[in-house]
Design a protein around this ligand. Structure first.
Ligand SMILES: Cc1cc2nc3c(=O)[nH]c(=O)nc-3n(C[C@H](O)[C@H](O)[C@H](O)COP(=O)(O)O)c2cc1C
Length: 304
């Protein structure tokens, strides 16, 4: 069991407040969770984002709120809103590779714009009560962009920098570039957290042994696949408890089988269970069939 710092990565569409709470209660083993990024929509937060960063709902779980902004003005407005919601730790997304965000100059797009990034660095100085951190990639098109951005990120008042060593243009495909990670980490004056493609505690330990100065790691899809990975509890029990909480929430807040099924099936998309059971869960078109498929999956001996 790995007992260093592990954060649960933000995963838009998967790690919302309902999932984070259920994971914390029934699995845990994670030091903190990061919300998927929230952004400005018509000068405010969308109702979905507002629900996700509702301070009261998040109070029981150690959570960092993540924002995505294209310039110092958007950055300041989001900080203002989140501070009003009671947030003390805000993470800036410099790694989103989605073309819509990148083309608008957000996420990886900011890595290509040193002037705007420097303006955000200046703006951070105006928020002494907020703990800031950054989650970044190694560039949008080349590692040189990431290395240049790190010169500015290095001057920001940050508690840590999470580095996911892929380029934005790779999206989530291709290999992580461990060599680029090492170059970025070497010139980063802040505590560094490694993120990317970690699926087991052995892999976490390996990366920590390769970079002994690391603060820790952030894990995303590995924890969606095996939510029990860090807690030492019995896999099917963890699955059963998390699923039950998500199910109760979907049942109470959504209308009709198809809405409920689409929310619940998202939970199973990444889960590491045998193909036969996953297929029958995903094929279910009514809650009745879904319930039957899940009951069978949760009775099967867990093999991984
Ligand atoms: C479906 C999906 C949604 C994501 N949403 C976010 C997000 O909102 N903010 C962010 O910083 N990263 C986001 N990421 C990136 C992950 O946080 C993480 O950096 C990436 O998946 C690599 O880590 P992993 O291999 O441990 O999953 C997302 C990734 C995926 C696959």
């Amino acid at each position: 069991m790995f007992d260093g710092y592990v954060a649960f990565a933000p995963l838009q569409g998967y790690t919302d407040i309902v999932y984070r709470r259920a994971h914390w209660r029934h699995a845990g083993g994670v030091a903190e969770y990061f919300t998927p990024f929230v952004r400005l929509v018509a000068g405010g937060l969308s109702s979905r984002d507002a629900r996700d960063v509702n301070a009261q709902a998040n109070a029981a779980v150690p959570t960092v709120a993540q924002i995505i902004a294209r310039d110092a003005d958007e950055f300041a407005r989001l900080c203002e809103m989140l501070q009003r919601h009671g947030w003390k730790h805000i993470n800036l997304n410099l790694g989103c590779p989605f073309p819509m965000q990148v083309n608008a100059g957000r996420g990886c797009g900011l890595l290509q714009n040193p002037v705007r990034l420097e303006e955000i660095a200046q703006e951070m100085q105006r928020w002494p009560d907020v703990v800031f951190s950054v989650k970044m990639r190694c560039g949008q098109k080349s590692v040189d962009e990431g290395l240049a951005a790190m010169q500015i990120v290095g001057g920001m008042p940050l508690s840590q920098v999470v580095i996911h060593p892929r380029l934005g243009c790779q999206q989530y495909k291709g290999y992580v570039d461990i060599n680029a990670f090492g170059r970025m980490a070497d010139i980063c004056p802040h505590p560094v957290v490694y993120n990317g493609d970690l699926k087991t505690t052995a892999q976490i330990e390996y990366i920590m042994s390769q970079f002994p100065k690391l603060k820790g790691v952030m894990v995303g899809r590995g924890l969606l696949e095996r939510p029990w990975m860090l807690c030492g509890k019995e896999p099917l029990m963890v699955l059963h408890s998390i699923h039950e909480e998500l199910y109760r929430h979907a049942d109470a807040t959504l209308c009709g089988d198809s809405q409920k099924l689409s929310r619940l099936k998202a939970f199973w998309e990444y889960i590491d269970i045998d193909r036969k059971h996953k297929k029958s869960i995903m094929k279910a078109t009514t809650l009745y069939r879904y319930d039957q498929a899940v009951a069978l999956a949760l009775q099967a001996p867990y093999i991984s």
